[in-house]
Design a protein around this ligand. Structure first.
Ligand code: SF4
Length: 469
């Protein structure tokens, strides 16, 4: 049987959990359709990281979709580089396909540039309009606009052209938040009595909730579709395209179109399977992994926090799905986001009862990439990445971590990593025994994580410690 994996890539954030939510939601929607053996999420600023995510896929046939609304630095440079695709720059329409470590990996364009996004724009417009009368209604397709990447504007113009040609509206304009033609000029441009505005944005946020309504001179409730009388014209403000459920179909189109490149019969990836069999074999006898205790119980498994061991099941919240586990372990007991899951702040107060197949998925969510990396380490096949290499790959405001002295990095790591289960192989530390040999906290760290990079940046900027570290 042909086995296939799908990876959805998001930016993620080490500060808040909202950024990853859209990616999770689409992964869930696609998973429900059962077209792929697995749908995995990967992030730049969360786990599994872009550097780890390929290793976590179970098959040799992998399609990777960047969950971005437009092309740009992340889709053209960062993601291909971190995945090891050996490609930089604009991605051709058919995507990029490579064989990496025994896996066939197909990398596509971001979903936002796919032709079927036109349908998503129309769907958003129809939702916002109480009734649909193309004769007296104008459409504004609203883009962010940036001087850095012309491609992101091209897709806005292209969609506006297509919809205009189809004659769905009395008038169609492409306007932008940050460049000409600016969205604030709409009263001069739109003559129709009614206008619907569809933000071509990835998610609801500061821009869609505040900047755009403000620039357009809209007032009133901005959290949902609304009607705002503006002089003689009525404005209907739609929700952003990026959160529409139909984006799941766009993702599947993209994946489908990419599947022709380097076609092969997907199979079980052997290294991955060995790693999981090693863990499951131990789990069948009861296993401690990080802060987790796994207990077999007549054909199913129970997992819970080690510190909740012995508590009556009735005292704990019982979870029965891997997604339930995922949503629980994304925050610590104080409600804070956990971008790095091996920090010793796994929340307590829950237990999950799972089948063996679901146990695999749940462990992936509790400790992303830990099974694969630990197994690789035990086979002497985990390569550590020294700090200077990690520092060189940082982008934007994080590029300045390259200025950190080895002493500064060591100082920050001493504080940050002491709260972490992992052992820093990248700093030359040795890890002789892992959770596979009965040492629950024995987990390797092959490369500095997003939290450490952020803290080093604070240190270099002289901000660290000022607000309590
Ligand atoms: Fe843990 Fe430190 Fe490695 Fe981050 S860099 S994963 S905190 S050991």
């Amino acid at each position: 049987r042909h086995m296939r994996s799908l990876i959805l890539i998001g930016h993620g954030s080490h500060l808040n959990g909202e950024s990853a939510t859209a990616v999770y939601r689409y992964a869930d929607l696609i998973r429900e359709r059962g077209l792929y053996d697995e749908v995995i999420e990967g992030y730049w600023k969360e786990e599994p990281s872009l550097r780890q995510v390929l290793r976590t896929t179970a098959s040799t046939d992998v399609t990777v979709i960047p969950m971005f609304i437009s092309e740009g630095y992340f889709t053209e440079v960062v993601i291909p580089r971190e995945l090891g695709l050996g490609h930089q720059g604009p991605v051709p329409p058919g995507g990029v396909a490579r064989v990496i470590g025994g896996r066939t990996v197909r990398y596509t364009l971001p979903y936002g540039v796919h032709p079927s996004m036109t349908d998503v724009i129309l769907a958003r417009a129809r939702e916002a309009l109480a009734d649909f009368n193309p004769q007296d209604t104008a459409l504004i397709v609203l883009g962010h606009g940036t001087t850095r990447n012309e491609n992101s504007n091209r897709v806005i113009y292209h969609n506006a052209d297509l919809i205009r040609q189809a004659g769905h509206f009395a008038q169609v304009e492409a306007l932008f938040l940050d460049e000409d033609p600016k969205v604030g000029t709409w009263p001069e441009r739109i003559t129709a009595p009614r206008v619907v505005v569809v933000p071509f944005f990835a998610s609801e946020g500061w821009h869609t909730l505040e900047t755009i309504p403000e620039d357009m001179g809209l007032t009133g409730d901005v959290t949902s579709f609304r009607e705002n009388p503006h002089g003689q014209q009525t404005v209907y403000y739609a929700r952003p395209v990026g959160t529409h459920p139909a984006v799941a179909d766009v993702i599947l189109h993209l994946a489908q179109e990419a599947s022709g490149a380097l076609a092969q019969d997907g199979d079980v990836e052997r290294g991955h399977e060995y790693a999981w069999q090693a863990v499951l074999e131990r789990a069948r006898r009861g296993l401690r992994m990080g802060e987790l205790v796994i207990t077999p119980d007549s054909g199913v498994y129970e997992i819970r926090h080690m510190l909740d061991e012995g508590r009556p099941g009735g005292d704990l919240r019982t979870l029965v799905t891997p997604e339930g586990v995922r949503d629980t372990v994304r925050r610590d007991d104080g409600g804070d986001h956990r971008p790095v899951h091996t920090l010793r702040n796994l929340p307590r107060g829950w237990r999950a009862v799972l089948s063996e197949a679901d146990l695999r998925r749940a462990l992936h969510y509790v400790y992303p990439a830990v099974v694969e990396e630990t197994y690789a380490h035990s086979c002497h096949a985990l390569r550590a990445t020294p700090w200077p290499t990690t520092a060189r790959r940082q982008t934007g405001i994080y590029t300045r971590v390259q200025k950190a002295t080895p002493e500064q990095v060591e100082h920050v790591a001493g504080e940050v990593c002491k709260s972490c289960l992992r052992t820093r192989l990248w700093a030359g530390e040795k890890l002789a025994h892992t959770f596979l040999d009965g040492v629950p906290g024995g987990i390797p760290c092959a490369e500095a994580c997003t939290v450490l990079v952020a803290e080093v940046r604070e240190e270099v900027s002289g901000k660290r410690g000022q607000a309590g570290g």
